[in-house]
Write a protein that binds this ligand. Structure first.
Ligand SMILES: [Cu+2]
Length: 174
C-alpha cells in the first residue's frame, strides 16, 4: 500500500471510531443506591444521553449480579408513593433521559450476593434496535447525593418535543 493509502485508511478507521462514539448513547454517572445486606431489591440510576440523529428505545437491562431487572417509574398517587413497571423508555435524538430517585429507576431484583458502598455493578442496557451498552455502576449511599440534585422530576416526559421545524431558514454560508 502506498503511504497515502495507508494514511487514508487510518483516517477512515479513526473517523469511524469517532463516529460510533459520538453518535451513540452515552451513560453518565451510573450508580446503585446502597441498601441493607438483606435487601432483595436495589435501584440503579444514571443519565442517558443520545448523541445520535435517531430516537433510541431502552427495552431491558441485565446484570450478572441480579436474577431479574425491570424498568420502573415511581409516582405519587393520592399521596401514596407507588411504582409501576415501564416496558420501554424512549431517548429522543440529541436528547437525554434521567433515571433518578423519585422518578425513573432500574429495579435490581434478587442480588446474588450482598452489595456495599464501593462495589461495582455491571449492567448491560439493551435497545430496541438490537444494540447494547455496557455500564459499570458504583454502589454508594443515596441520601446526601439526592439532595444535591434539583432536577425537574418530569424531565423525562419531555421526550417527544419536535425540533426539526424550520431547518431551511437557517442555512449557513460557508
Ligand atoms: Cu422499582
Amino acid at each position: 500500500m502506498k503511504p497515502l493509502a495507508i494514511l487514508l485508511t487510518l483516517f477512515f478507521l479513526a473517523s469511524s471510531a469517532w463516529a460510533s462514539s459520538m453518535h451513540g448513547i452515552e451513560a453518565h454517572d451510573p450508580w446503585v443506591r446502597e441498601a441493607p445486606p438483606t435487601a432483595r431489591v436495589l435501584a440503579a440510576y444514571l443519565q442517558l444521553h443520545n448523541h445520535g440523529d435517531k430516537m433510541r428505545t431502552l427495552v431491558s437491562v441485565e446484570s450478572p449480579a441480579f436474577k431479574r431487572i425491570e424498568l420502573h417509574r415511581s409516582e405519587e398517587k393520592d399521596g401514596m408513593a407507588t411504582m409501576a413497571r415501564v416496558m420501554k423508555i424512549m431517548i429522543p435524538a440529541h436528547g437525554k433521559v434521567s433515571f433518578e430517585p423519585g422518578s425513573l429507576h432500574i429495579m435490581l431484583i434478587n442480588p446474588l450476593a450482598p452489595l456495599k458502598s464501593g462495589d461495582k455493578v455491571d449492567l448491560t442496557l439493551h435497545f430496541a434496535d438490537g444494540s447494547s451498552l455496557a455500564v459499570s455502576a458504583d454502589v454508594r449511599r443515596g441520601a446526601a447525593h439526592d439532595m444535591k440534585h434539583h432536577h425537574d422530576p418530569d424531565h423525562s416526559m419531555e421526550m417527544h418535543k419536535e425540533s426539526h421545524g424550520d431547518m431551511n431558514k437557517h442555512q449557513h454560508d460557508h
